[in-house]
Design a protein around this ligand. Structure first.
Ligand code: OOG
Ligand code: NI
Length: 468
């Protein structure tokens, strides 16, 4: 490799996520404790469940278990989102999906910046859930103007970060020295600042409008508000958090425990109260506190088709209608029971999920299939070929987020008395204008992945078929 060769975006992403992880562990020690708990439980789970271990090994995922994590940030103005897209593109992360959280009383809309192709996901799946504040949802016009004026003053990227983004775009990549500098400069944007940019009085006014608005508007930048390792047993982590002095949110968001995990299950520990200084008062400022940063864990399962997702949404809505978890979480058990009972209606074996087209699979030719190439019945259906043992179908893992779960994570860290109903409709067009690009449709990505794997497998078997 010559000295000037470009560093692969996947590698820059790995450098960045590892630097973020180090920074966050140093800034939020409780996150380090959570990471240790997760790694202990992953190890136990792998040694107790050889089938799980083999499955992960087959999909080449064993190596990425301790890597898998996501983070989240909240931005204040359109140009921040625009430049954030450019920054993440340098690391091979692109906007996928549109999430409207105003329907759940959180005045933001969001996307996830993430690697898209299989190879890139395998190398490092790090994603960042990125929200943009919707200032138009502040009812008080005076306060809205004030918030806009405060945000207009700030620049969340360092001049060198912007310069390196420009260079990467112009030259098509960054060399080793530039990539290292880029990671260091990019990190500055996500760092915690204990100095607020406003007085305590202004903070309080914005806080009263919505706690989230104060979090976005009153600081120098969009501090990373959580990082999320992957766990192989989320129920065990939820159960054991208190044993390590960590206080979990009341319930695990998403589907219940199942034999065949679907979509995404998440839980978090509650945001910590941290000391900050507001403008004014003594030279150092006025001491106060702000609550924003927490830790989260995730467990991912198979990606669902539109039909599977409809069933999931319907069942979840009926559970949430039947049991509303109280602020203190005293009825969390009722919720869990209801969730498990209602989701009994969701098929829980991969074969049914596949045959009923509820979930996405990656197809490959088995050894038996390769041996039988000359004798394969050309009229056989895909299901026949699977039944005959010539084709193998493995789950495609869900790489995105869930709006109802995300709202639950937001709310548990904002205090559950913050529920507000915004009349404003979701607005993907406005979001994409701010972003400067369309967001990719996640269902289309999974469908294309499944289709490509099936076409390649059928070609190997010598079967010509129109794959829908
Ligand atoms: C983002 C909350 C959503 C998730 O994993 O669903 C999220 C935030 O609090 O900014 O991270
Ligand atoms: Ni999260």
């Amino acid at each position: 490799m010559s000295a000037n060769a470009f560093v692969h975006p996947d590698e820059i992403r790995s450098m960045f996520s590892s630097a973020m992880s180090d920074m966050y562990r140093a800034e939020v020690p409780q996150y380090g404790t959570l990471m240790e708990l997760v790694s202990d439980i992953n190890r136990q789970k792998l040694s107790a469940d050889p089938e799980l271990r083999d499955g992960l090994a087959h999909n080449d995922e064993l190596g990425r278990i301790d890597l898998e994590r996501h983070g989240a940030i909240r931005l204040g103005k359109p140009e921040e989102l625009f430049n954030m897209r450019r920054l993440f593109a340098v690391m091979g992360m692109h906007p996928v999906g549109y999430y409207d959280l105003s329907v759940a009383g959180v005045p933001v809309h969001s996307t996830a910046f993430r690697p898209i192709d299989d190879e890139a996901l395998r190398r490092n799946p790090f994603r960042v859930f990125t929200s943009l504040l919707r200032l138009e949802l502040i009812e008080d016009e005076g306060l809205r103007t004030e918030a806009e004026a405060i945000l207009a003053e700030r620049e969340i990227f360092t001049p060198d970060a912007l310069k390196l983004i420009y260079l990467a775009e112009k030259n098509g990549g960054l060399d080793r020295i530039q990539a290292e500098q880029f990671v260091a400069e990019a990190l500055e944007t996500f760092r915690w600042h204990s100095d607020a940019t406003v007085s305590l009085e202004t903070y309080q006014k914005l806080h009263d409008a919505h706690r989230l608005i104060a979090d976005v508007v009153c600081f120098k930048g969009p501090h990373i508000n959580h990082l999320t390792p992957r766990t192989l047993d989320i129920d065990a982590v939820q159960r054991d958090m208190p044993k390590r002095g960590i206080s979990p949110k009341a319930i695990v968001e998403g589907p219940p425990t199942r034999n065949c995990p679907i979509l995404l299950r998440q839980t978090s520990f509650k945001a910590l109260e941290e000391q900050v200084y507001f403008v004014g008062g003594s030279a150092k400022g006025t001491a106060g506190t702000h609550t924003a940063r927490f830790g989260e864990i995730e467990q991912r399962g198979i990606a669902l088709t539109a039909e599977g997702r409809k069933l999931y949404d319907t069942l979840l809505a009926s559970v949430r209608h039947a049991v509303q978890v109280s602020a203190g979480g005293s009825n969390a058990r009722d919720y869990e029971t209801e969730l498990a009972e209602r989701f009994a209606a969701f098929p829980d074996d991969y074969e049914t999920l596949r045959v009923e087209k509820l979930a996405f699979f990656r197809y490959s030719v088995t050894k038996a299939g390769r041996n039988a190439v000359e004798n394969v019945d050309l009229e056989a259906s895909v299901n026949d070929l699977v039944d005959q043992g010539y084709l193998r179908a493995d789950p495609i893992i869900y790489e995105d987020f869930l709006p109802v779960s995300a709202a639950g994570i937001f709310q548990s860290n904002l205090g559950s008395d913050e529920q507000k109903n915004y009349a404003e409709q979701s607005n993907q067009d406005v979001f994409e204008q701010c972003l400067g690009a369309p967001v990719a449709d996640e269902l289309a990505l999974y469908a294309a992945h499944e289709k490509a794997s099936l076409e390649a497998a059928l070609e190997t078997l010598g079967v010509q078929k129109n794959v829908a």
